[in-house]
Write a protein that binds this ligand. Structure first.
Ligand code: GUN
Length: 301
């Protein structure tokens, strides 16, 4: 989609809609061929308002894709042992092919302990250390949804990423690090930058591909962007607008960057919609693998 500012605007919302339709097609063929219905269990502990919105959207889109959705809502003061027991029950439940425990968790529950308890084969988020390790050594893994969505948008835009200079801004376990692994697997030349990186603007300016995932509103300035670069903005930051209303902005100064970049994702409507679409894709892939079927037959991978 051409923008009025120079860069092409990458329409993540449209791409995600098309991806969900392909997943739904795979789900219906899997049911017709093998009588299997993929099931995704989502666990929400507490009443974090943003998490409630995410979980509602996940449930709706899971059902729309023809999958079974199992929602488990637990009180904010639920002890960790109870959450771990629920995860173990879901691990053992053959109707559940994917498990997602919504983060953040209340303070009394250790997220690493919960993630470690999820069966890696059902780890729809790809957060388990086994999946992080498999991704790092290039073996079939469950891949975290947000970086997977970013990779799909990049490959759709650029085709081959081989030899491209890619800069990942942010080193989180759920976005930055797996994003770097995925880009490396595509033979990009990958740099991971973060809050302690010296000459951050210069590092960014060298990048043909810039993935911003730091969680700081409009931190990446237009002058940091290499002319013609592809910019993927993972940030979702709420800021006060001039009119007093709050609005969502990314980690990139969109208006300034769009005058320089070749292509850029907007916020909202860029990476965000891809995350749930990739969660559905992961659940379909996990279902195939659990039944010894080739995911390529049913999933757009
Ligand atoms: N909270 C915000 N995004 C996510 C996500 O992708 N997975 C999980 N488990 N929790 C989240």
């Amino acid at each position: 989609m051409p923008g009025d500012t120079g860069a092409d605007i990458i329409d993540g919302k449209a791409f995600a809609g098309a991806l969900r339709a392909r997943v739904a097609d795979g789900v219906s063929r899997l049911r017709a061929d093998h009588g299997l219905t993929p099931g995704l269990a989502v666990v929400l502990v507490g009443e974090d308002p943003a998490s409630q919105v995410y979980v509602r959207n996940k449930g709706r889109q899971t059902r729309e894709a023809g999958m079974a959705s199992f929602e488990h809502r637990l009180a904010a003061d639920t002890p960790e042992t109870e959450v771990l027991a629920l995860v173990r029950r879901l691990n053992a439940d053959p109707a559940v092919n994917g498990i997602l425990v919504q983060l953040p968790l209340p303070d009394q529950i250790r997220a690493p302990a919960v993630i470690d308890t999820i069966d890696p084969a059902k780890d729809a988020d790809g957060f388990h250390v086994t999946n992080a390790g498999l991704l790092a050594i290039g073996q079939p893994a469950m891949v975290p949804c947000t970086p997977l969505g970013c990779l799909m948008l990049l490959k759709d835009r650029l085709g081959s990423l081989s030899g491209a200079r890619a800069l990942v801004l942010g080193r989180s376990n759920i976005v930055g690090k797996p994003m770097a692994q995925l880009l490396l697997a595509e033979s990009a030349t990958v740099t991971i930058a973060h809050s302690r990186t010296r000459d951050l603007a210069d590092e960014c300016r060298r990048a043909d591909i810039l993935v911003a995932a730091v969680g700081r509103a409009r931190m990446v300035e237009g002058s940091w962007v290499k002319p013609g670069a592809t910019v993927i903005d993972v940030g979702i930051n709420r800021v006060d607008g001039a009119d007093g209303k709050s609005r969502l902005v990314g980690d990139v100064d969109f208006d300034a960057a769009a005058r320089v970049a070749g292509a850029i994702t907007p916020v909202p409507g860029g990476v965000g919609p891809m995350t749930i679409a990739c969660l559905l894709l992961n659940t379909l892939v996990a279902t195939c693998r659990q039944h010894g079927l080739d995911p390529k037959e049913y999933a757009p991978v």
